[in-house]
Design a protein around this ligand. Structure first.
Ligand code: ADP
Length: 529
């Protein structure tokens, strides 16, 4: 075994020029070479590519690398071929090739020259490719960006779902799946879909100790961001907005304020997009204001802050987007602006989607709300979401978030929670948040009238508190899983088992909410600005 290890290090040096393996690379490679199925979960920059590139280079035959984006494939192929001793060992097979080029690739594979063949899943399905690959020696199959298989991931691609069947038709070889997405749901989905439940799993920590996380209420947001950027003069930063229109408007606003900012979104023409991206990468512009279209494959090491003008649709996307800050290990501030009204807008948008997509979307969104409103360490919240334990006091990067530096005051709202849960039960789980609040504060509307709720004992039962206060209680009760919004009836509040326990007096733990997070109050102020 030792000689084998020594050999692997030699090969590493020979092909990549590195003296040591990073993280678990060596273990992964050893096991793959022994023919085992492997699942790698590693954050971006962890060194995933080498886990299949090195074994491919030293194995007999061709390794098939399934990759979702033609642009990314090209970069990878160029990188491998660019290494001194690797010239011409990696090729792409996809729709961008003409007949002659395709034939050349086939010839190289037959001649045993091609060690790595990058294919898009939709190409792999093609009968002629499948037949050809069935007859040549395949060393193993690598599935890069494996989260594309899962609807719970941040980049679902339907073509990925049939991969297992296609691979089985081509060869009976080991499969290595790799991803930088690590929520337990996605992991489970990938393993099941690829029939890899028995695979060896290598998971590295997703903690980014040098990133600082903060959430601010979306009040005076334009001024806040201008102030923030001016306070970090000359530093590189990304501002993410949800809509193209907002990207354009806000980039202009920054420019008007003397800030060197450029817009980026998929609606801009190709030339402008490339120019703006390059100017940001070359430090000709400090700030890029962008939609999520910006970022895939961007590797600028010294991005000092990532600001979310709008809260993203999932915590997973938030992690990926903020992950673009502080790649060099230096300062990386991740600032998100939160307004529950934005969540309501996203929920409305989801309402038009098919049921399964809607259900997933709402659950993902609920996690975002949980993150935005949590009073716990934000790092702990994110890492728990990825199925990872984190010690908020002693863990690496423990004090690097607003909640840790300046803990919010907590208020015991157990009494209010009980009142809301009991009300939901007594009204037979028929109402949405808005109508429940109307009942609580005693405000008539068409729903209360049609159900004749004004004449019940429940009407105005919580009139001593404001509408916003009740909204916070209900939202928190949902985030903490005492209540859940029904998908079918879109938003009708139902009791969960946890909620039923509280009503029955079987759960006596206090229900705590952050006292100084008056989000709705903040929004009201912003509206009147
Ligand atoms: P990922 O695919 O996980 O995002 P990459 O494969 O792109 O990560 O690797 C990230 C960086 O780490 C690359 O610049 C790569 O050259 C470098 N790298 C990978 N393995 C090693 C190693 N053993 N020693 C030094 N650098 C490495």
């Amino acid at each position: 075994m030792n000689t084998k290890n020594a050999d692997l290090s030699k090969e590493l040096k020979k092909y990549f020029g590195f003296s040591t393996f990073k993280g678990q690379q060596e273990e992964i490679i050893k096991n793959l070479l022994e023919g085992k199925d492997i699942f790698v979960l590693m954050p971006t920059g962890g060194g995933k590519s080498l886990c299949y590139q090195l074994p491919a280079l030293i194995s007999e035959g061709t390794a098939i690398v399934v990759s979702p984006l033609i642009a990314l494939m090209k970069n990878q192929v160029d990188a491998v071929n660019g290494l001194s001793s690797n010239e011409g060992v990696a090729h792409v097979l996809n729709s961008s090739l003409n007949k002659t080029q395709t034939k050349q690739v086939f010839d190289d594979i037959k001649a045993g020259k091609t060690k790595l063949l990058y294919v898009a899943p939709e190409s792999l399905i093609k009968e002629e490719y499948m037949e050809f690959l069935r007859d040549v020696k395949i060393s193993f199959v690598a599935i890069d960006e494996a989260h594309c298989i899962s609807e719970w991931g941040h980049d679902f691609r339907p073509e990925y779902r049939n991969l297992k069947t296609i691979i089985d038709k081509i060869a009976d070889v080991a499969v290595i799946a790799l991803t930088a997405t690590a929520t337990p749901k996605v992991q489970d989905d990938i393993q099941k879909t690829l029939g890899m439940s028995n695979a060896l799993v290598f998971k590295e920590s997703f903690n980014r100790p040098n990133l600082y996380y903060e959430v601010r209420p979306k009040v005076n947001i334009d001024k806040e961001i201008v102030k923030f950027v001016n306070g970090h003069h000359g530093k590189s930063g990304i501002v993410y907005c949800l809509s193209r229109r907002k990207v354009e408007e806000f980039a202009q606003l920054l420019q008007v304020n003397g800030i060197n900012a450029l817009p980026y979104h998929a609606g801009l023409d190709q030339k402008t997009r490339v120019t703006n991206q390059d100017r940001f990468l070359m430090e000709d512009a400090d700030i890029i204001v962008a939609t999520i279209a910006f970022g895939m494959g961007i590797d600028k090491p010294d991005v000092r802050f990532v600001i979310h003008y709008d809260i993203p649709k999932s915590l997973e996307s938030y992690y990926q987007e903020t992950g673009r800050a502080g790649r060099d290990g230096g300062e990386g501030i991740c600032l998100a602006f939160y307004d529950p009204k934005d969540i309501e807008k996203l929920e409305k948008f989801l309402a038009q989607k098919p049921v399964s997509e809607r259900e997933i979307g709402l659950q993902l969104l609920n996690e975002v709300v949980g993150y935005a409103e949590t009073s716990m360490s934000r790092r702990q919240y994110i890492l728990n979401y990825f199925g990872e334990q984190f010690d908020p006091i002693h863990g690496d990067g423990a004090m690097m978030c607003d909640n840790s530096v300046n803990p919010p005051k907590l208020k015991d709202a157990t009494k209010e929670l009980k009142l809301v849960l009991t009300l939901v039960k007594e009204l037979e789980e028929k109402f949405r948040t808005k109508d429940l609040i109307s009942v609580l504060v005693g405000k008539e509307n068409s729903v209360t009238k049609s159900y004749k709720l004004e004449s019940t004992k429940h009407f105005a039962i919580g009139k001593n508190e404001s509408e916003n206060y009740w909204k916070t209680i209900i939202r928190q009760a949902t985030v903490q899983n005492f209540l859940q919004k029904d998908i079918e009836t879109y938003g009708v509040l139902k009791l969960t088992d946890k909620g039923l326990k509280v009503i029955a007096g079987k759960d006596k733990s206090p229900f705590l909410i952050a006292e100084d997070r008056e989000y709705d109050l903040a929004q009201t102020k912003a509206d009147s600005d």
